[in-house]
Design a protein around this ligand. Sequence first.
Ligand code: GLV
Length: 308
Amino acid sequence: MSILYRSDAPRAAAWAHYFRKFAPDLDFRVWPDAGDLDDVEYLIAWQAPAEFIAKLPRLKVFFSSGAGVDHVDFSALPEHVPIVRMVEPGIIDGMVEYVSLGVLALHRDFFDYQAAKAAGVWNPLEVPPASSRTIGVMGMGALGRAVLERLASYGFDLRGWNRSLRVMDGVESFAGPDQLQPFLAGCDVLICLLPLTPATKGILNRELFSLLPVGAALINVGRGPHLVDADLLEALDAGQLSRAILDVTEPEPLSAEHPFWAHPRVFLTPHVASMTQPESAAPILLENVRRHQRGEPLKDVIDRSRGY
Ligand code: GLV
């Protein structure tokens, strides 16, 4: 019975250490030291290339090493192999930190002060209370809800939009395409934490931006293809949007000549908002393997038809 890790190399040792210590009965292997692939029953990986999956005749469960599964080729995984998303405290905490930092930096005008400093200008701006800013989160899954909970502690006015209604204390909830417009109409900062599916690809587009209040800001921590880049540039240049904080782009890395690099009101990070932390993820993944071995239902299995 073996479990194969075929993902981020720097973090492999920490995964292996945990499994060898707490699950010595499981033969934990790290790619490319995979041994006989016939024995592999559990695979932890970022991607599932068809030609590789075809070499794993006994594969029972595919664990995504990240929160998203949009990059996984579902058709390469036989129907009887469940696909499990990474839901673990480390990845949630990282996202909460990044988004809080972005919202607070926007709220407290840090980007304006950075520009003012470069220009040698001493220009104190008003400091409105957090309660005067409405922050909207698209996607109220494990990450979106954790972000909303933390933002609530600062006193922001909060709203969330989700495919199906998610009720949360202190958050005004909106659901489905019909409520997108009223949701957007109040958002001073819009955060995209949606899964990438055919229904959400390109959702951050000209029409959506036009429904936001003038001067709103965008934080995209979903996926690059959620955003129509040209529409964002147009909205920024027209003043419809004030700023964008982007952690994801299409493609990654962003091409060298892309206008985002030089744009003064685009803040860019190289897909680092949040990462799976082996120390907190390994115990959760192991518990899921144990459930599977006991014949109990797995946690965090995705619905292939929804795509997340
Ligand atoms: C990162 O983007 C992830 O899906 O974990």
